[in-house]
Design a protein around this ligand. Structure first.
Ligand code: G3H
Ligand code: 13P
Ligand code: ZN
Length: 311
């Protein structure tokens, strides 16, 4: 099976009240852990690559690893560019075989966001590739961009119909209170999402797939393991899983997860090296990291996304 777009996945997910997991990948162990979990649960999958991941691993290596994962699992997999900064980055991924790209114009003015998104959509659709855009701005850390809370903004539902109609985009990321990274809420702050905004967007765009970025739950098990092995992640707080399940039952068809993968991998590696300080074969300490990723993704698919058995 070749790489697929997310069109069919989103249609079924919207109708079925579940969401597709979009997991960030940077290396072989992460790709293997995620795809093994999807194979175990027969879940459709989006693997996403940031500009930082392309710089770290090189486009070609990630492409070949994902092709291997498709051959190994036989699953429908969509390969997506996460947070494409400009037309050139999106074009490079489209030309390089990705089946989906995100053009993130959320830091531009509304007008400029429409202009750059429309340009990417025009090129992508000519090449059979689908496009995700973003309206509103999430707080948190992405690569070397750090958006402060004051610079973040909720999506204005009054803009969504016009934005989708003028750009021709295939899915839309909205800001309802999630944020990137492991520190999503202040200590003592009660985690909350603006489901009223999601409801209003859903009402205005019936049947249209919505994307949730910054959706890691910051799983306590991994935070505790890291802290027990010399780490200091005391104030890390994520999005409660019941809120993600609720979003998945609504118009949210794609849920982005990266920080939880990082925590799972690091917890496995860190615990192994603390218990076995003389080990220096990377296979010995990367294996528990990969196993943690598999376990994490399997639980996400079954308990949060509801995409098990939907491949
Ligand atoms: O939303 C951003 C993702 O977590 C990717 O992070 O740009 O550091 O690879 P990165
Ligand atoms: P997290 O940092 O919550 O995992 O979000 C990842 C993300 O949105 C990637 O685009
Ligand atoms: Zn994101």
């Amino acid at each position: 099976m070749p790489l697929v777009t997310s069109t069919e996945m989103f249609k079924k997910a919207y109708e079925g009240g579940y969401a597709i997991g979009a997991f960030n990948v940077n290396n072989m162990e992460i790709i293997q852990g995620i795809t093994q979990a999807a194979k175990n649960t027969q879940a459709p999958l989006i693997l996403q690559v940031s500009a930082g991941a392309r710089k770290y691993a090189k486009h070609m290596y990630l492409m070949k690893l994902v092709e291997a994962a498709i051959e190994d699992t036989g699953l429908p997999i969509c390969l997506h560019l996460d947070h494409g900064a400009d037309f050139e980055t999106c074009k490079s991924c489209i030309d390089g075989g990705f089946t989906s790209v995100m053009i993130d114009g959320s830091h531009h003015s509304y007008e400029k966001n429409i202009e750059v998104t429309r340009q990417v959509v025009e090129y992508a659709h000519k090449h059979g590739v689908v496009v995700e855009a973003e309206l509103g701005r999430l707080a948190g850390i992405e690569d070397d961009v750090n958006v402060s809370e004051e610079d973040s903004s909720y999506t204005n539902p009054e803009q969504v119909e016009e934005f989708v109609n003028l750009t021709g985009v295939d899915s839309l990321a909205i800001a309802i209170g999630t944020s990137h990274g492991a520190y999503k809420f202040k200590p003592g702050q009660k985690p909350a999402l603006r489901f009223d905004i999601l409801e209003e967007v859903e009402r205005r765009l019936p049947g249209f797939p919505i994307v949730l970025h910054g959706a890691s739950s910051v799983i306590p098990q991994y935070v505790e393991t890291i802290n027990a092995n010399g780490g200091n992640l005391d104030d890390a707080i994520g999005i409660p899983e019941d809120m993600l399940r609720k979003a998945a039952s609504m118009a949210v068809c794609k849920i982005n997860i990266d920080s939880d993968l990082r925590l799972a991998m690091t917890a496995g590696v860190r615990e192994h090296l603390m218990n076995n300080p003389s080990h220096f074969d990377p296979r010995q300490y990367l294996k528990p990291g990969r196993e943690n990723i598999e376990d994490l993704v399997q639980k996400k698919i079954i308990n949060v996304l509801g995409s098990n058995g939907k491949a």
